[in-house]
Unconditional design. Structure first.
Length: 431
């Protein structure tokens, strides 16, 4: 792992910068709403459109990365993300009102396409770089930590830039993407690709269907849990951003600092979980379950307390829970899929996470009308569903605690029982 530290540093910059390019807009959304004279729901679409297009494009990027190489997809995607950010910045600078709003959405659409081919492809690339499961787990923990660290920095940076100029966060996006582009060009050495017969799209889709048929039980569970984690994260951040400004009159860097508290704990939890799980899949399951249980509990308690100290405190506990679960999900899905299909399967997982990103803010903007308690009970129900999926959908088979260095990544044995599971599989291969 030490000989690839610079590769990992460059790759870690991608989720960090992609997260900044999206999350640092959250604290300035109320400001954008006022400047462009659009509603709270409309301004939430600036986050949602980014996620929606990524949902569609991520599997395409995964297929292209399996066929042409990870780096060959990542680099053009970073350029496209920079162009999208540039379009949004130009619209905010040179236009006004509803016209600027629609062009900003178009820029965010382009940025979402670029993001689809950048961060999601990092996960399978890390899996390609290492043959030892423990190194893969630790490296994925670092990648997830950089992602969550981006979430920590983004509200502070976004709020600060917004105090200087309301559209300055848009201007920062192309510059950040260029930094990541240069780091990947000069520091990342792609693993040598084995010569293999090029498959047709039909053969490729057939292979993916077979993977989902054989391993669908635990894959579908992980897909759903990843979606829930991002739904709660971005939904709660949107709510907190609106509440801090409208109810507590916090603005600028102070507002960003408060938003960063639960995210900082999410980041630390993610880093710690990545260190703890190693290659022990049972540990991954139970740490993930504990994280979802903590999230559910914190959301229920938050529903009964609307004071700022209680709310930020218990939302921080929820952040710890999500931070514990994410590295476990990353490691299970990356280590459990053979290399030839890893790019696309992890991309489907990333698509599900982006569905959560896309749905969180608009769902919360509507739930806010129903009241504080209803909103957080809904979030608690989502967390409870994630906990149940972790408990019953992910079942590490015996003897899967680790393999010798150099062995192929994990293989899964079928359950002895032939019962049907919740996803319709019969005797399928669980984790």
């Amino acid at each position: 792992m030490k000989d690839k530290k610079w590769d990992l540093l460059a790759l870690a910059s991608i989720p960090f910068i992609m997260t900044l390019g999206n999350s640092m807009l959250l604290p300035v959304l109320p400001q954008i709403s006022r400047k462009l004279a659009v509603s709270s729901f409309q301004v939430s679409m600036i986050i949602t459109v980014y996620g929606v297009v990524a949902i569609v494009m991520i599997p395409v990027a995964g297929y292209l990365s399996d066929r042409f190489g990870r780096k060959a997809v990542i680099l053009p995607s970073l350029i496209l993300a920079a162009l999208g950010g540039g379009v949004s910045a130009a619209a905010a600078w040179l236009m006004g009102g509803v016209t600027a709003y629609w062009v900003i959405l178009a820029g965010r659409f382009l940025q979402g396409i670029g993001a689809a081919g950048a961060f999601p492809i990092v996960l399978p690339l890390v899996g390609d770089m290492f043959r030892d499961e423990e190194e893969v787990s630790r490296s994925l923990g670092l990648i997830e930590t950089s992602n969550t660290f981006g979430k920590v920095i983004s509200p502070i940076l976004g709020a600060y830039l917004g105090t200087l100029l309301w559209f300055l966060p848009f201007i920062a996006i192309p510059a950040l993407c260029l930094i990541s582009f240069l780091l990947v060009v000069f520091l990342v050495k792609s693993p040598k690709r084995k010569e293999q017969k090029t498959s047709t799209v039909q053969q490729f889709l057939k292979g993916i269907r077979e993977v989902l048929h054989d391993k669908g039980r635990w894959l579908y569970a992980i897909f759903a849990i990843g979606c829930i984690c991002m739904f709660v994260t971005f939904g709660v951040l949107f709510y907190l951003s609106e509440t801090l400004e409208s109810k507590y009159h916090l603005h600028g860097w102070l507002k960003g600092l408060v938003l960063a508290i639960p995210l900082a704990l999410l980041c630390l939890s993610s880093f710690g979980a990545g260190k703890m799980i190693g290659e022990n899949k049972k540990r991954m399951k139970w740490i993930g379950f504990a994280g979802m249980a903590l999230l559910t509990t914190s959301m229920i308690i938050t529903g009964f307390y609307s004071g700022i100290y209680f709310m930020v405190g218990f939302l921080s506990l929820g952040g710890i829970g999500i931070g514990a679960a994410l590295p476990c999900l990353d490691a299970l899905i990356t280590e459990g899929i053979e290399k030839e299909n890893r790019g696309t399967i992890t991309s489907l997982y990333s698509s599900m996470r982006f569905i959560g990103v896309a749905l969180g803010p608009p769902a919360v903007s509507l739930l806010m009308n129903a009241g504080h308690w209803t909103l957080f009970v809904t979030m608690a129900a989502a967390g409870a569903l994630g906990g149940l999926l972790t408990l019953f959908g992910i079942k590490p088979s015996e003897g899967q605690r680790g393999k010798k260095k150099g062995e192929a990544l994990s293989r899964y044995k079928p359950e002895p029982s032939g019962r049907d599971d919740a996803f319709g599989s019969r005797g399928r291969s669980p984790i």
